[in-house]
Design a protein around this ligand. Structure first.
Ligand SMILES: [Mg+2]
Length: 234
């Protein structure tokens, strides 16, 4: 039994990518005065986004300023289609962000699960990557802060996952050692591979049942399909 659990937020406690129809969010952001084909633009945006988010350093910079990252992605997509409507770039990026935020919601049972963990005397930390403002908007919107002994947001703390300093800081705040803690989340690198290098046990949430990535250099201590399933491991 662990003494403490470190929890990821996006796609662990609430839906951010998983279960969100991002295609519809893009389509709603296009507006009605597009001079290019919406399907082509969507495809081009998805290609650009895939390229943009595939590099860890670009990902780190981008998630700290999502609006700027989305502008770059849309701009790149439009250039590929030779669409010269630069005025749209910011509007589409902004509206997509608004539409995207509207889709974010708690997974069923995630709050009950966290409350149950607290009841069992578990110390809890929330470790979330991204800029302070949007991450704190979600923490406030879903009233998460009072459920945790420690909340660390990358944009505020200055360091994010998978840098070992954020896990070590959380352990220090909770007053536990690495072998007394579990890290739970959906990102294999951030919530399994990196924390396990420190001796924290990684519990991987594999929503889609995709299995451990072929390139993985670590095996998760346990694999679950939703946060609620965590209780069955205790
Ligand atoms: Mg996540």
């Amino acid at each position: 039994m662990p003494k403490a659990i470190l929890l990821d937020m996006d796609d662990t406690i609430l839906s951010y990518d998983h279960g969100v129809d991002t295609d519809s969010c893009w389509r709603r952001s296009f507006g009605s005065d597009l001079s290019c084909d919406a399907d082509e633009l969507l495809l081009s945006i998805k290609e650009s986004a895939k390229w943009y988010w595939s590099d860890p350093e670009r990902h780190r910079i981008g998630r700290l300023d999502l609006h700027k990252a989305r502008q770059e992605i849309v701009n790149m997509a439009m250039l590929k289609l030779k669409v010269e409507e630069s005025a749209w770039v910011s509007r589409i990026a902004y509206t997509y962000g608004v539409e995207r935020d509207k889709c974010v919601e708690l997974f069923p049972d995630s709050i009950d699960t966290i409350k149950q963990l607290r009841k069992q005397g578990m110390k809890l930390a929330l470790l979330t990557n991204g800029n302070a403002e949007p991450q704190w908007d979600k923490i406030r919107r879903f009233e998460l802060a009072p459920l945790f002994d420690c909340v660390l947001v990358e944009g505020e703390f200055g360091i994010g996952k998978p840098d070992e300093r954020i896990y070590l800081h959380a352990l220090g705040q909770l007053g536990v050692t690495a072998d007394e803690a579990w890290m739970v989340g959906d990102n294999f690198e951030w919530e399994v591979a990196a924390p396990q290098c420190l001796g924290i046990k990684g519990i991987w949430i594999d929503h889609k049942g995709a299995g451990v990535p072929a390139t993985a250099t670590a095996m998760p201590y346990r694999k679950i399909k939703s946060l609620a399933e965590l209780l069955t491991l205790l």
